[in-house]
Structures are given as C-alpha cells and as structure tokens.
Design a protein. Sequence first.
Length: 277
Amino acid sequence: MNAPVSNTVAPLDAVRLFKALADETRIAIVRLLAFTDLRGGEIVTHLQLPQNAVSYHLKQLRDVGLLHDHRSHADARDIYYSLDVRRMHALYRDAGRVLHPSLTDEEPAAGDYRTKPAHDRPLHVLFLCTHNSARSQLAEAVLRRQGGALVEVVSAGSEPTTVHPIALDVLRAHDVDPRPHHAKSLDAFVGRSFDQVITVCDRVNDHCPVFPDDPVRLHWSFPDPTRLPDAEGQRQLLEGIWDELQVRVSLLLNEPHPATGQRIRPLATGAFAHARV
C-alpha cells in the first residue's frame, strides 16, 4: 500500500536544498550571511578561498534561490550578497515534510515578551543611513515594535535631512505613529555605547565610524528609494523593505543578548507566515 504524499510538498526542491547545502563551503557562506550582507570580496576574505571557488559556490546557492545579489549603491563595481531567509525557511520546512510529517518546523505560540522584561539590561541598537529619511526610520520602527521594552533603538544619518513622506505613509499604514520619527545626525551618537550598530545604506557602510565597547557591526544592504523616479515605485520599494525588516529583526531578537546571553524572543508576528518557495 502506498503512503499518502501531500500535494503541497515538492520533493525536487528538497533534493535541490540538500545538494546545495551538502558542502562545507556553502554552509559557511550561509552562516556568514545569516545576519549581515557582504560583498563578494569580503566573503573571499572570510573563507580564505580563491575568488573563482567562491563564485562557484555562490552560484550554487543562487540557483536554488537561497541568495540574492545586487550592485552596491555606493560603488557599482561591488556586489552585495544577502540570504533569502524566507526562502530558506520554506525549503527547510518542506524538506522536513518530505522526510517525515513529524519534522515540520511550525512556529510555536508565544506570549507577549515585549512587556515582560527578562532582565534589566535592554538591547541597545543604532540604525544608520545617509539621510535617516526612510530605510533607517522603518528599521527603527520595526525593532521597537518587536522588541518593546526590551530594546532601546535609535536611528541616525551621516547627512540627515527630513523623513521621507512616503516612509511616513508606510508607518501609518502599519499602525505606527509617525510623530516621534524625525531625522537625527550621526554626530549626536558618536561616543555612545551600543550593542549593535546596523547600517542599512551602502554609502554609510563604507564610512561607518568606530563606537565604544566594540559593538556588533551588521550591514543590511537595502536599495535607496530616492533613486527611483516615481512615487509609486518608491512606495513599493519601501513596503518591500518593511516586509524584509520583519524577518531580519525577528532573527536578530532571537540571538543571545550580547551582554546577558538571554534571548528577547519577539512576539510570533508571522515573520515566516508568508514564506514562499
């Protein structure tokens, strides 16, 4: 008697995932890109492998849909690579179903940890951009929403201007009060201690200042909405960045706190609920 097979499971995708990850170098690349975006040369430096070897492994991961790449907005000669966490989560989940139904990785129910601090030491995070007008403002809002009382988050810019009106619209559309959001200068925060400093702009990533106490430095390479000529394109881009931030921030908060070792564990807000293969 044949065992029933779910029509929603794609065995071929599971095979492709297993093949792609059945290599130490590709596993290392996935781990490198788990929390930060890197240029090709930076991956070469981390792995201490020839450029052509790294390029081969990057292609294998791209072919299965685990990586995205795009040219830097600061220097078009550079290419940034980022991990598609939604895609990886969906493939990993479905691969478990292919092997055995009990191996599904359903997201557990969670209480509201945001208002029940597990420790007295909040996570201090700074998001940096050039103008502090859109990307860093959205990142600040998402982290504050997911982390609540367990985080202290600010954003700033190396050349602050004003908050982009479409970014304010995106905040309103997601029930975030835009009134506290205003552009702030990076100069006001140089010298302050942070647990994590996250650049969301390629230009700032190349010129990020040094902060006290050696904070964790991450880079999330989001495109600049102001480079798009029309308002609708900018709106769609910022909505896409908002969605991507849900995943990145959720993963960030599930990492051990740099000072206490505890995990904040945000609300189960469905960061992977809409993961698509």
